[in-house]
Each structure stands twice: as C-alpha cells, then as structure tokens.
Design a protein around this ligand. Structure first.
Ligand SMILES: [Zn+2]
Length: 122
C-alpha cells in the first residue's frame, strides 16, 4: 500500500502535473505523520499489554492458596508477608486459637490454606 503510493507520487512528480503535486505532497506528509502516530500507538499498546500481564500475574499469585505458617507457642503467620495473626487469634496459656476462618491474609490479601494444620502435619 505504502510502496504503491510512493510509486504513484513518483509518477505524478515525473509527469510535471503541478496542479496535483501540492495535494500529493500534502497526502504524502499526512501519510508519514499517520505512520509515525501509528508507531507510537503500537508501542503504547504493547506497553499496556505488558502491564496488564504483570497485573494479572500478580493477582493470580495471590489467588493460589498458601499454607499458613503455624508453630507451637506462636501466632499463625502469613506465608507471603510474614505478618502474624495475633490480632485475630486468642492466646490461652501459650496456645493460640488458630484463625482458621481467615480465608485471606488481612494484611496482604494472600489466599490462605489451613489444611495442613488440620491434618496435623504441621
Ligand atoms: Zn500476608
């Protein structure tokens, strides 16, 4: 398309048809301007696609449940941000009531799994 147009412009120039030359020059300039604009838009689009992918990966990472860190005599701990849940767990004589109702870490939003603890493997 662009090559055809350049050829056409060349032919018109050779024909010395001065009336149309100005229009042709203008059109050629416009085409060049649009090409540049298109290039800029393409790079903006690919940058926005890249950022979208990063955001989706970030969200997905927090969607996959991670096992809560539970150690004797310690409040449960988020496996991602390592914030402890002592605000959510009553402690009686060193025994923490595990905050198993928490589906997500209240600090970073990581989805939690308490299953290992329930199976007694922690
Ligand atoms: Zn967290």
């Amino acid at each position: 398309m662009k090559t055809e147009l350049s050829e056409l412009i060349g032919r018109l120039r050779d024909s010395e048809n001065c009336d149309v030359l100005d229009d042709v020059d203008e059109a050629a300039n416009e085409l060049e301007r649009l090409d540049k604009e298109n290039e800029v838009l393409q790079s903006q689009l690919s940058e926005s696609h890249r950022r979208e992918k990063v955001a989706v990966e970030h969200i997905e990472k927090f969607q996959v449940p991670m096992y809560v860190i539970q150690e004797n005599w310690n409040p449960s701990e988020c496996p991602r941000c390592h914030h402890n849940f002592c605000d959510y767990e009553e402690c009686n004589d060193g025994y923490y009531t595990r905050a198993e109702s928490l589906e997500r870490c209240p600090y970073c939003g990581q989805k939690l799994s308490w299953n290992l603890a329930q199976e007694g493997t922690l």
